[in-house]
Write a protein that binds this ligand. Structure first.
Ligand code: DX5
Ligand code: ZN
Length: 220
């Protein structure tokens, strides 16, 4: 498995100055996590491909698009065109994910499936060989700044075991409620990619907060 990655989520950043919010991450983040919500799959609306394209124009970091939308198969191509490097969609929105995963891979992005805290890991076991990563949600999706649901972390080992049993390695991203205090627990549970939103952007100095998280990741 590659070195662990830090994936800041800009959901709680200052949207009146996204250029600066992104600049805080230069040389600190491995990938930028972008939360797309449609007001249907989740009770909140964020942004679409136009904003992803704007972010693409101000950073060379890979963009990790987390689609919390009811119809990812309809819109994924627009996010890829806008500059996505990783794309994940929810198993709760697409219970038969093979076709969409294959389509995403054909378009040259890393393809992932996200799973809500209430959904058992076992629903993903049969398709681990066609995904590049799993996004384990450790909060109910919809909003940043929630407290982590620690029980969700058990899914990391379950999914990795399912992959290992099939002779594969699976990268697992953990999203929701990660902060400087609990991130060691998340790493110890097996996470490869750590999403952090409010713990970076609600901090007085976002770059400093991101640097502190980076230092913890690098200490492993
Ligand atoms: C929640 C989003 C998360 C969120 C993370 O629906 O998918 O990516 O922005 O924010 P924090 O780190 O504040 O939980
Ligand atoms: Zn997310």
């Amino acid at each position: 498995m590659a070195v662990r990655k830090l994936a800041p989520s800009i959901l709680n950043a200052d949207f009146s100055n996204l250029r600066e919010a992104i600049a805080h991450l230069n040389g600190v983040a491995d990938v930028i996590h972008l939360d797309v919500m449609d007001g249907d799959f989740v009770p909140n609306i964020t942004f679409g491909p136009v904003v992803v394209e704007a972010i693409r124009s101000v950073t060379d970091l890979p963009l990790d698009i987390h689609l919390m939308i009811s119809r990812p198969a309809t819109f994924a191509k627009d996010f890829i065109k806008a500059g996505a490097d990783w794309v994940s969609f929810h198993i709760e929105a697409v219970p038969e994910p093979r076709e969409l995963l294959e389509q995403l891979r054909e378009k040259g992005v890393l393809a992932g499936v996200a799973i809500n805290p209430a959904t058992p890991a076992s629903v993903l076991f049969e398709c681990v060989e066609i995904m590049d990563f799993v996004l384990v949600m450790s909060v109910v999706p919809g909003f940043g700044g929630q407290e982590m649901i620690v029980d969700a972390l058990g899914k990391i080992a379950e999914l990795k075991e399912a992959a290992t049993a099939r002779g594969l390695e699976l990268e697992v991203e953990v999203d929701g409620g990660v902060n400087i205090k609990n991130m060691r627990m998340v790493i110890d549970a097996g996470a490869d990619v750590i999403v952090a939103g409010s713990s970076i952007y609600a901090a007085p100095d976002p770059r400093q907060a991101a640097l502190e998280m980076r230092a913890i990741l690098d200490s492993y």
